[in-house]
Design a protein around this ligand. Structure first.
Ligand SMILES: Cc1cc2nc3c(=O)[nH]c(=O)nc-3n(C[C@H](O)[C@H](O)[C@H](O)COP(=O)(O)O)c2cc1C
Length: 436
């Protein structure tokens, strides 16, 4: 079997290396998952080639077209581009449950992928100087007393506990990692299908699966606390739960607590608090009274007027706001007539929600004084710059991490270039500067 581990030692390939390693790992358990993940890795590697080879370009995002581009075929040869086409077609069939794959077919996909990344390494590998990260003053900033190397966070639920991304991201270069939601007791999450791809986004109904706060504090936090700014995202079923969680997390290694009052995928809590001003204020107050850590309240877009909730939690003492969480959505399988997701509905995230998120950040920034961490569909420095202009003091990247595990680093690099181009000395000079 191919061994993709050589990729992990080469930071220049972080854009697609994790996907390749994931595909290889999945081969042992499920050919279908392996075929799906090969497709993800092939897509990421193709995009990497287009981003890194100045001699080719395309004005399309369609991966089949990118493979068929004569300039691309010239570099990699018809034999290999046919193999990439095969991987993508197989991956699509696996994703849409049109076919079950055998181990031999999964091995063929994996082998094709391996041939592709080896060829990439042969063609481009020698040109890369080793990357080193030096903190740049352009992006350094501060939010509720926290000093941040960059104003770019990883959004909760899309970045695990951060350590999973250590091979691809300089964790200290992030403002922080909003780790997967923690609850008082461990949760199994929802049954059935939990994730489905949508045009320019995804629907998820994970249902707050997590090992519980005790395991987090005893097993996970000691491992990650020196590696990054740890922002702990918490969710409860009652106001008292939030207070208790905030108290338990008032401990060394926790940079801030993010109250998830906006999860649309669980019945017992979360969004109930995020859609009612009084409840939102009570939860904020309970957490503030129980901890010395900064309290960030994460707002739901599933409301008529987000500014009312924002004001209520600011008045209750919130140190910062993060917005937005996912938008409630659904998908139906027209062959089975059943909802695709086990939970029937799920949360929509990714590029598709960016205009909604941006609008809500802009509206909220006009009515609160506390800093806002903007998120929702951010995939590039351009997207991030829009959020800063709308009034966000920092941003968080979620769904885009699945497609490109190293995307936060690219956003940081490109944001620096953007600031230089506009002759700005620090990111704070951009915040709220929309001319509207
Ligand atoms: C698979 C998945 C799991 C998520 N889990 C959480 C969570 O545990 N807590 C939370 O506050 N938000 C969670 N979110 C919401 C994200 O943190 C983020 O607010 C949202 O996805 C919008 O950003 P994006 O479009 O960049 O992904 C999750 C999102 C996804 C896609």
């Amino acid at each position: 079997m191919p061994k993709f581990s050589f990729l992990a030692d080469k930071p220049e390939y972080r854009f697609f290396a994790k996907d390749c390693l994931d595909a290889e790992k999945a081969f042992r358990s499920s050919p279908d998952s392996c075929v799906k993940l090969v497709r993800t890795a092939v897509d990421a590697a193709i995009k990497w080639v287009y981003a890194n080879d100045k001699n080719i370009s395309a004005d399309t995002d369609n991966l089949f077209d990118l493979i068929a581009n004569p300039a691309f075929v010239k570099i990699f040869g018809k034999d290999l581009t046919d193999k990439l086409h095969y991987c993508r077609t197989a991956g699509n069939a696996a994703i849409h449950n049109q076919k079950e794959f055998t181990f031999d077919e999964a091995a063929r996909c994996l082998q094709n992928l391996f041939e592709f990344v080896r060829r990439i390494d042969k063609i481009y590998g020698k040109n890369f100087p080793r990357e080193t990260f030096a903190a740049s003053e352009l992006l350094q900033t501060e939010i509720c007393g926290l000093k941040l190397a960059t104003p770019i966070f990883a959004a909760s639920g899309t970045f695990g506990f951060g350590e999973e991304f250590a091979d691809f991201v300089d964790l200290k270069r992030l403002g922080g990692v909003m780790v997967k939601c923690t609850t008082l007791k461990p949760r199994r999450g929802n049954d059935g299908v939990r994730i489905t791809e949508t045009p320019a986004g995804m629907l998820n109904c994970i249902g707050l699966e997590n090992p519980g706060v005790e395991t987090f504090l005893t097993k996970i936090l000691p491992r990650i606390k020196d590696k990054m700014n740890v922002v702990v995202n918490v969710s409860g079923s009652s106001v008292a739960d939030y207070g208790e969680l905030a108290k338990l997390l008032d401990t060394d290694g926790v940079a801030a607590i993010e109250l998830n009052i906006s999860c649309p995928n669980v019945k017992d809590g979360g969004i109930i608090f995020g859609t009612d001003e009084t409840q939102a204020a009570k939860v904020t107050d309970a957490a503030k009274k129980s901890t010395s850590k900064p309290v960030i309240v994460k707002l739901s877009p599933n409301v008529t007027d987000i500014t009312k909730i924002a004001r209520a939690v600011e008045n209750a003492g919130a140190d910062a706001l993060s917005l937005i969480n996912t938008l409630m959505g659904m998908e139906i399988n027209i062959d089975t007539w059943r909802p695709t997701l086990g939970n029937v509905t799920g949360g929509l995230s990714g590029g598709a929600i960016k205009p909604v998120a941006l609008r809500m950040v802009w509206q909220t920034a006009q009515v609160v004084k506390i800093p806002i961490i903007g998120m929702g569909g951010i995939r590039s420095a351009r997207d991030a710059a829009e959020f800063f202009l709308a009034g966000a003091s920092a941003v968080a990247v979620g769904t885009a991490n699945f497609a490109q595990p190293s995307i936060t680093m690219k956003i940081a690099d490109d944001l620096e270039k953007y600031l230089r181009r506009h002759k700005l000395k620090n990111i704070s000079e951009l915040v709220g500067k929309i001319k509207a």
